[in-house]
Design a protein around this ligand. Structure first.
Ligand SMILES: C[S@@+](CC[C@H](N)C(=O)[O-])C[C@H]1O[C@@H](n2cnc3c(N)ncnc32)[C@H](O)[C@@H]1O
Length: 169
C-alpha cells in the first residue's frame, strides 16, 4: 500500500496510539526480545518505530525510523529519522540489528522492503520481525529466503507471526 496513506493516518492517530495499542504491542515485543540469543548487535535500527515502544520495553538503544513525524514526536525523542522503511538513508552493511514490529503492513507479494533491509544489515546481523497473521506469510517467508535471511526462530506472537533471523554471511 502507498506509504502516504500510513503517514497520514498515523499522523492523525499518534496522540492516541499508546493508549489503544500498547497492550497488544508489548507482548509481541517481549516475545521477540526473549527469542533472541544474546545481545542484539549495534547499531540497532527500529523501522516503523512509531512511538518508540520497542526501545522503551526492551531498554535497548535504537535508531528509530518512521514515516510519520507525529509518531516520532509522541513523545519527542532525539535522533529519530523520518523516512520510508523501504528506502533507508543508511549505507550498505551499516546496521547490526534491524527491528520491525507490525510496521510492514499490506505489503506487495515481492516484499521489496526485505531487499532493502538485507542491504543495510551487515552479514551476521540480526532481524527481529513481526507482522499480522492476516498478512501474506508465504510471500514473506519466500522473500526472507530470497534476500539471504536464515530464520533462527519462528514465533507465534498472538495477533502476529514473528521471527528472529540472521543475515547470512
Ligand atoms: C502498527 S504501528 C507499529 C509501531 C511500533 N512498531 C509498535 O510496535 O508500536 C506501524 C508503524 O509503521 C509506520 N509505517 C507504516 N508504513 C511505513 C513505511 N512505509 N515507512 C516507514 N514507516 C511506516 C507507521 O507510521 C506506524 O508508526
Amino acid at each position: 500500500m502507498d506509504y502516504r496513506i500510513f503517514q497520514r493516518s498515523y499522523d492523525v492517530f499518534a496522540a492516541k496510539y499508546d493508549e489503544v495499542f500498547e497492550p497488544q504491542q508489548v507482548p509481541k515485543i517481549q516475545g521477540l526480545a526473549a527469542a533472541l540469543d544474546g545481545e542484539p548487535p549495534e547499531p540497532r535500527l527500529d523501522v516503523g518505530a512509531g512511538t518508540g515502544l520497542f526501545a522503551r520495553v526492551t531498554g535497548w538503544q535504537c535508531i528509530e525510523l518512521d514515516v510519520s513525524r507525529a509518531m516520532l514526536t509522541a513523545p519527542p525523542r532525539p535522533g529519530c529519522v523520518q523516512a520510508r522503511l523501504d528506502r533507508l538513508p543508511f549505507g550498505d552493511a551499516a546496521v547490526g540489528t534491524l527491528v520491525s514490529v507490525t510496521s510492514l503492513i499490506d505489503f506487495e507479494p515481492d516484499v521489496a522492503a526485505l531487499t532493502e533491509w538485507a542491504r543495510v544489515l551487515r552479514p551476521g546481523g540480526r532481524l527481529l520481525l513481526s507482522v499480522l497473521k492476516r498478512e501474506n506469510l508465504p510471500a514473506l517467508e519466500r522473500a526472507l529466503a530470497r534476500d539471504g535471511f536464515r530464520v533462527d526462530a519462528s514465533l507465534d506472537l498472538g495477533l502476529d507471526w514473528g521471527c528472529v533471523a540472521t543475515r547470512r554471511e
